[in-house]
Design a protein around this ligand. Structure first.
Ligand SMILES: *Cc1c(COP(=O)(O)O)cnc(C)c1O
Length: 382
C-alpha cells in the first residue's frame, strides 16, 4: 500500500473561503455508494431540500432547488432561470470578485444588466440604490452579495432588501459564504432567490449548490434558461414529479451534506454556529492586532467569515514563506483577493475552533520571529 500523504495523516485545517475543514463524521458519511434512483436516496434528497428551506424559514414561500457543481454553478443557474433576456434587467451590486462574477455571467448570457459598484471596503448605500431603481424603470431585479468573500465585508442585506421591495423589484442574494453562519429569515427578508452551497457555513463537502426560490417567481420562469443542465425550473419540475435528479447527482456529496445538516442542528443551529465563527474571528483579529498586523476592514464591516490582512511593507516579511511554514503544520492560509492593495486572507469558518485560532496565531508569531520582522515592519505600505 502507498504511504498516506501528510494531509491524510493528520488533521489539516483550511482557513480559507472554501472548501473548508469538515468533521470526521461528515467525511465518513461518504463511504456509502448510493443508487441515484433508489428510494432511500430519493428520501435523502427530499429531506435535504426541506432542511435547507427550513434553515431560512422559507417553508411557506420558497422551495429549494439543488444543482450539481460549485457555488458559481448555482449562481449562474439562478440568474439564467429567474431572469428573462427579453423582459428582465438586473442591477448588480458590486464590491468584490463575486459581484463582478455575476456581471460576467450576465454578459455571457446576453442578459441585460447594469452595475452599482462601490470600493471593496465600502458597502452599497440603500438610499442610493433606491434612487437608481427610481431612475431606470427597465430594472426588474437586483442581485447582491451578502458577505463579499473577496474582502470579508458584510453587505447590509436587510436594508438592500427594503429598498428593492419598496421599489417593487425582485432581489437575488448570493449568500454563499453566510448561509449557515448568519441567519437569513425569508419571512422578513423579501428575496426571490437566496443562493448557497454545501461547502461553506454548512460544513459539507464541495460539489453541490442550491437556490431557495420564491414559488411564484420560479413558476413564472419556465422557458427563460438558455441552458439545459442549469435550468432550475426544469430541475425543479422533474424533481417534484419523480423525486429524482435529472442527471447524475453528486450522491456522496449529498450524503455528507445530510450529515453536516444534522451536525448543524446538534451544534445548536445557525445561531450557535455563527457565535463560534464570531468567536474565532474575534480571536484572530485581536491576535493579529497584537502581533502588529493591520486588517483591511473596519470592525463594523467585518463579517465573521474571513479576514483580509494588509500586506506588511517590510522586505523581510515573505508571505510565501509564512504560507509554506504554516502549511507544514497543517494550517492552510489563503492569498488576498482585493484589488485595491496587496493582502492575504485568514478564514474563520468550517470545523475550526478557538484552539485552532490560538495555534495559528502562535505559529504566525513564530514565523515572524524567524523572519526577523519587527512589530513596526508589519505596517502596510502607504
Ligand atoms: C464561494 C463563493 C461563491 C462560489 O464560489 P465557487 O468557487 O464556485 O464555489 C460565490 N459567491 C460567494 C460570495 C462566495 O463566497
Amino acid at each position: 500500500m502507498e504511504m498516506m500523504s501528510d494531509a491524510q495523516n493528520r488533521r489539516q485545517i483550511l482557513l480559507t473561503p472554501g472548501p473548508l475543514t469538515t468533521s470526521e463524521s461528515v467525511k465518513q458519511a461518504m463511504q456509502v455508494d448510493w443508487g441515484s434512483r433508489d428510494g432511500a436516496f430519493i428520501a435523502m434528497t427530499a429531506r435535504i431540500r426541506q432542511r435547507l428551506v427550513a434553515l431560512a424559514k422559507g417553508e411557506s414561500s420558497h422551495v429549494c432547488v439543488p444543482v450539481q457543481g460549485s457555488g458559481t454553478f448555482a449562481v449562474e443557474a439562478t440568474l439564467g432561470t429567474l431572469l428573462s433576456r427579453r423582459t428582465s434587467k438586473v442591477l448588480i451590486l458590486i464590491n468584490g470578485a463575486y459581484g463582478r462574477r455575476m456581471a460576467r455571467i450576465c454578459e455571457k448570457m446576453g442578459q441585460p444588466f447594469d452595475i452599482y459598484e462601490t470600493a471593496e471596503d465600502t458597502p452599497p448605500d440603500a438610499t442610493h440604490l433606491a434612487q437608481l431603481l427610481q431612475r431606470d424603470s427597465a430594472l426588474t431585479h437586483v442581485a447582491a452579495v451578502h458577505c463579499e468573500t473577496t474582502s470579508g465585508i458584510l453587505n447590509p442585506i436587510a436594508k438592500i432588501a427594503e429598498s428593492v421591495a419598496a421599489a417593487n423589484r425582485s432581489l437575488i442574494v448570493d449568500a454563499m459564504s453566510t448561509f449557515g453562519a448568519i441567519p437569513i429569515d425569508l419571512g422578513t427578508l423579501m428575496a426571490d432567490a437566496v443562493i448557497a452551497s454545501a461547502n461553506k457555513g454548512l460544513e459539507g463537502v464541495p460539489g453541490v449548490g442550491f437556490a431557495l426560490l420564491e414559488k411564484s417567481a420560479l413558476n413564472r420562469s419556465e422557458g427563460n434558461s438558455a441552458s439545459l443542465s442549469l435550468d432550475l425550473h426544469d430541475q425543479f419540475t422533474y424533481m417534484e414529479k419523480t423525486g429524482q435528479w435529472r442527471f447524475t447527482p453528486p450522491t456522496h456529496v449529498l450524503a455528507a451534506l445530510d450529515q453536516a445538516l444534522t451536525e448543524l442542528d446538534s451544534e445548536g443551529g445557525i445561531k450557535a454556529r455563527g457565535q463560534r465563527y464570531a468567536n474565532n474571528c474575534r480571536i484572530l483579529l485581536a491576535g493579529l492586532a497584537e502581533l502588529g498586523f493591520e486588517t483591511f476592514l473596519p470592525a463594523a464591516l467585518q463579517a465573521p467569515i474571513i479576514i483580509t490582512v494588509r500586506m506588511p511593507a517590510d522586505d523581510r516579511f515573505d508571505f510565501q514563506k509564512l504560507y509554506a511554514s504554516l502549511n507544514e503544520q497543517g494550517i492552510v492560509l489563503y492569498p488576498g483577493a482585493v484589488t485595491q492593495e496587496k493582502s492575504f486572507r485568514i478564514g474563520c469558518i468550517g470545523q475550526v475552533f478557538e484552539s485552532d485560532m490560538t495555534r495559528t496565531l502562535a505559529a504566525i508569531g513564530e514565523v515572524l520571529k524567524n523572519m526577523g520582522v519587527p512589530r513596526e515592519g508589519l505596517r502596510p505600505a502607504g
